[in-house]
Design a protein around this ligand. Structure first.
Ligand SMILES: [Zn+2]
Length: 206
């Protein structure tokens, strides 16, 4: 039997696709200009170098087998609070080799770090994580949905996708898995009902 999907993350500040896209593309444009393929490991390193985040590669055996990474809070060199990403070696090594699934995982954790710093802090202070949005299926308030949307917008830049593209060209051009490419196309088709290509270009081209 097919079960209807529901949000699986924690409740965070609501964010729309447009808001998340803007944040992801601003970050991309700041660090990588005029390239379709995002070198995700160097991007992670650049963010750490600039103390926007901190990260640690851990042994595969030190993380649950069904977990691919997580983001907590850490401290920068001056004692300020910054997001702290932990990823197992298999994900890091896979992303370095260009594996689409592992590249997406790192982009997803960067999404948590960039989008959810304040939410992480609030959760930490209250020592609780709300899941009240799950029942009502408020995707826009879900931490996992937001991080996945961020990863998808960062890795598969909407400005470089044309009607000539398909699952294979998108997967190859952006270094994402076939299934992530399929999801991307599905979402863009729904998106295009709201925005045409010209409107998108004027929105994001500086
Ligand atoms: Zn996550």
């Amino acid at each position: 039997m097919k079960t209807e999907r529901a949000p699986e993350g924690f409740r965070v500040k609501p964010r729309s696709v447009d808001q998340i896209r803007k944040i992801a593309l601003n970050l991309k444009d700041m660090l990588i200009r005029n390239r379709d393929y995002v070198p995700i490991v160097p991007l992670l390193e650049a963010l750490a170098y600039n103390e926007v985040i901190d990260y640690e590669i851990i042994e595969d055996c030190d993380i649950e087998s069904d977990t691919w990474g997580y983001t907590l809070l850490g401290r920068n060199s001056e004692g300020g609070i910054i997001p702290f990403i932990r990823i197992p070696n298999k994900v890091y090594a896979g992303a370095l080799k260009g594996d689409g699934f592992h590249r997406f995982t790192i982009a997803h954790e960067i999404g948590h770090a960039i989008l959810h710093k304040t939410d992480l802090l609030i959760n930490f202070i209250r020592a609780e994580r709300s899941t009240s949005h799950r029942k009502e299926k408020k995707w826009y308030e879900d931490s996992e949905w937001q991080a996945n949307t961020f990863a998808s917008e960062l890795l598969a830049d909407i400005r470089s996708i044309t009607t000539a593209d398909n699952e294979i060209t998108i997967s190859n051009k952006f270094g994402i898995s076939r299934s992530a490419a399929r999801t991307r196309i599905g979402k863009l088709i729904r998106d295009k009902k709201r925005l045409n290509q010209r409107a998108l270009k004027s929105l994001y081209n500086k």
